[in-house]
Design a protein around this ligand. Structure first.
Ligand code: SAM
Length: 752
């Protein structure tokens, strides 16, 4: 069951708790822990508070056992056995890798308890351990993220998760996402997810550790993985980028394969997951800092000397794209910056431990992004480099930052990210994972039907030329990009002037490969954002022609606003759709509904529908709705030909409020009233009934149908229920008593 933070704790502010000196152990117990236990399903009688234990070995006088101060805060009973010890600590106390853990471990091991699990909570963090491995938690999260960990928490700790018996054993999975392995039915019936609120910066393993041009939101990806897979399943992302799919798969105990053409991507992901102990990484950094400060060039003469001594990567002489402000990569740096980065790289290379070295290079990579002439500070603090503008643009007022201080900041972030991952991504997990520099168009190293789920997010046409824009980092990291890589890169335009046709072919080939390697009854979630319906048509068409069955598309915000969007807030799309396909043995194609409307009527009807439903709609909501309706009601091709850009129609026929960024219906306008009401009803009925069928939901009743369709018809004359019924009778038939189902192709006149 999903739960929100508010449902658990009301309006609590965890930041304030951390700073509040009066918020101590007892508050943690009552304000934080108790609601968790109640929502997990424990009754008052199951919760044993502050039980005094008898020390097992301490005896005095005539063999009498002496009571000692061993008092766990909470013992949780499941059918008269103790399933778990849960101890509260005050917010300033550590709850991993610390004596506090040992103390609670002792409680759990006590002969009067013998629980298989123990947990600690300090009000702002939660850690859960198995008594078989008290050194590493099996779950660790910040309380502010609890809703994202709730499924896992419930899976481990809800009363249903435990067998009876003194040696309580963990029953695999009780949550909504799980069922016994190899049950194809479980996969077939996975629901579509609604839009998920984004939680951009909460995961330190992504934010601040490995910057990239675009990144999927970790909590969205994690929820998709949980929804479509079970523990131990294999998840693939063939356009892996910064590795969000890969890392979240490992974090949730799945196996994972990451593929990307850009060597920077594979470098990032490998370095990110390389296990490195925080203190060892820090010690190595301290040694590097000492050397750096000793040898850093202090004047021009020393800079020249350093440039001779510490070799610069030869690819710094490579040419930049034509739209860059300078000719070569090297010119993106001052000589001082070049000398300092070269010295830093030289010192990092001396580190003997490979995993520590990779981690240092990850921080180095992030440092190069700051120590160059394109980086400038922003008024709100922080700063931007050229990646923000998708062009090598020199800053008019570059911020010349202190190299070693920047490196130190990046090291700290890498340490935090590693610590967060260390609980889940261990050697075992890494052995079950593959990181491959390769192309999504050739997955021949994978057997057919070997993958359980694909979540992927390919480049969107000409939006970002990844290889061109990664050249600066690839050069510093000595990573090679070949001509073949450029040929295989799925983009439009870029320095290699790739055509739309080339892009289309690469995307189509990658979809064919995804189909081949996916098991039957498993899912593909394909993330895409583009204004041009032709691209959408290509994706749907290719997927269907391979044998995928389209199930549904969901609008999903990604929590990022691009530079272009900020410049053109009214026209540039910032949303994205996640299109979900199933690989089934007998796929049904999207049916071609003959709605009797012209394309312009369909477009107007769709825009009006979303505006009426939400009382105004943003450009993203309108675009998303047009694309979804276009592909579900099969008018994408017509749309591509006649409406590759919706802005003119929106500007001429609707009102726009710059403050709310909402398009609304023009006052006193009933522009769709010339479309007969029956036709409008038919449009929504077909749309609704088709969706129900694809999602394998139960056929709806008349009441459910009218409830869903009426809100869309708010503008113009509201139809009588009777009118809805008469249109319904024309296109659908009654089944199971009072329920309705679309007439099938050939039976009625509905489909072409
Ligand atoms: C939108 S990004 C993926 C971002 C990723 N989802 C994340 O969260 O970080 C698309 C990625 O596709 C990669 N790419 C482009 N063409 C490719 C191809 N033919 N095979 C594999 N990867 C490719 C790019 O290098 C880029 O990293």
């Amino acid at each position: 069951m999903q739960i929100t933070k508010r449902q658990l704790f009301g309006d609590i502010d965890f930041q304030k708790i951390a700073e509040d000196k009066d918020f101590k152990e007892d508050s943690v117990r009552e304000v934080i822990i108790l609601p968790i236990l109640k929502h997990l399903g424990y009754q008052e009688d199951d919760i044993v508070r502050s039980k005094t234990l008898m020390h097992p070995t301490l005896k005095i006088g005539s063999n009498k056992k002496r009571e000692v101060k061993l008092i766990p805060d909470y013992l949780l009973k499941v059918e008269n056995n103790y399933a778990l010890v849960l101890d509260a600590k005050s917010p300033n106390k550590k709850i991993v890798h610390n004596d506090n853990v040992e103390q609670v471990y002792c409680y759990a091991m006590h002969p009067e308890i013998c629980s298989n699990y123990f947990a600690l909570c300090n009000g702002i963090e939660f850690s859960l351990f198995r008594t078989t491995n008290p050194g590493e938690p099996i779950l660790f999260f910040e309380m502010s993220d609890i809703e994202y960990y709730w499924e896992q928490l419930a899976m481990y700790l809800s009363p249903d998760a435990f067998h009876t018996g003194k040696n309580i054993t963990y029953i695999v999975k009780t949550d909504n996402y799980s069922s016994p392995q190899n049950d194809d039915d479980w996969y077939k019936k996975r629901p579509l997810l609604e839009e998920i609120p984004v939680k951009k910066q909460a995961a330190k393993r992504h934010f601040g550790c490995n910057a990239y041009f675009t990144r999927q939101t970790w909590n969205v990806v994690q929820e998709y993985i949980r929804n479509y897979t079970q523990r131990g399943d294999l998840v693939l992302d063939p356009f892996g980028g910064s590795g969000v799919t890969f890392v979240e798969s490992l974090m949730t105990e799945r196996k994972a394969i990451h593929i990307d053409l850009n060597p920077l991507s594979t470098f990032m992901v490998e370095s990110l997951i390389a296990p490195a102990k925080k203190n060892e990484l820090w010690d190595s950094f301290v040694a590097i800092k000492r050397e750096f400060e000793k040898f850093v060039p202090k004047n021009d003469v020393e800079v020249q000397k350093a440039l001779k001594k510490y070799k610069l990567p030869k690819n710094l002489d490579l040419a930049l794209p034509k739209n860059a402000d300078v000719g070569t990569i090297k010119e993106l740096f001052t000589e001082q910056q070049l000398a300092e980065l070269a010295l830093l790289k030289y010192l990092i290379k001396k580190e003997p431990n490979e995993n520590i070295k990779k981690s240092l290079f990850l921080a180095f990579y992030n440092t190069v992004g700051v120590i160059n002439r394109t980086f400038h500070e922003t008024p709100k603090g922080g700063g931007n480099h050229f990646g923000y503008y998708y062009r090598y643009r020199l800053a008019s007022k570059p911020a010349f930052k202190n190299t070693i201080q920047v490196f130190e900041g990046k090291i700290k972030r890498v340490c935090k990210g590693k610590e967060e991952m260390s609980h889940s991504i261990n050697e075992d997990a890494i052995n079950n994972a593959q990181i491959i520099k390769g192309t999504a168009t050739d997955l021949s190293f994978l057997k057919k039907e070997s993958v359980d789920y694909i979540y992927t997010d390919p480049p969107y046409g000409k939006k970002i030329p990844y290889l061109d824009l990664s050249a600066m980092w690839n050069a510093w990291l000595d990573l090679k990009v070949t001509e073949e890589d450029f040929q295989m890169e799925a983009i439009e335009g870029g320095e290699h002037n790739k055509t739309k046709q080339e892009y289309n072919e690469l995307i189509a080939q990658s979809i064919r490969e995804m189909y081949r390697v996916l098991k039957f009854d498993r899912w593909l979630s394909f993330v895409f954002a583009h204004k041009d319906p032709e691209f959408w048509h290509l994706i749907i068409n290719t997927a269907e022609s391979c044998g995928f069955e389209y199930v549904g598309a969901v609008a999903q915000k990604n929590g990022q606003t691009s530079f272009k969007k900020r410049q053109n807030p009214f026209t540039i799309l910032s949303g994205q759709l996640i299109i979900n396909f199933r690989k089934v043995r007998k796929p049904r194609a999207i049916l071609s509904a003959n709605l009797g409307m012209t394309t312009s009527e369909l477009v107007m009807q769709t825009i009006e529908g979303i505006i009426a439903k939400n009382n105004g709609a943003t450009i993203e909501q309108i675009n998303n709705e047009i694309i979804i309706k276009g592909l579900e009601l099969n008018f994408l091709l017509r749309l591509a030909k006649e409406y590759s850009d919706l802005t003119p129609i929106l500007r001429s026929s609707f009102d726009y409020n710059a403050e709310t960024e909402l398009y609304t219906i023009r006052k006193n306008s009933k522009f769709t009233s010339h479309i007969p009401i029956e036709m409008r009803i038919k449009y929504y009925l077909v749309d609704y009934l088709q969706r129900i069928e694809r999602e394998q939901k139960r056929n709806p009743t008349l009441e459910e149908i009218t409830f869903n369709v009426m809100p869309m018809l708010r503008n113009g004359d509201t139809p009588e229920n009777q009118t809805v019924l008469s249109v319904l009778e024309e296109i659908a038939e009654q089944v199971e008593g009072d329920r309705w189902k679309l007439k099938q192709n050939g039976q009625g006149k509905l489909f072409e």
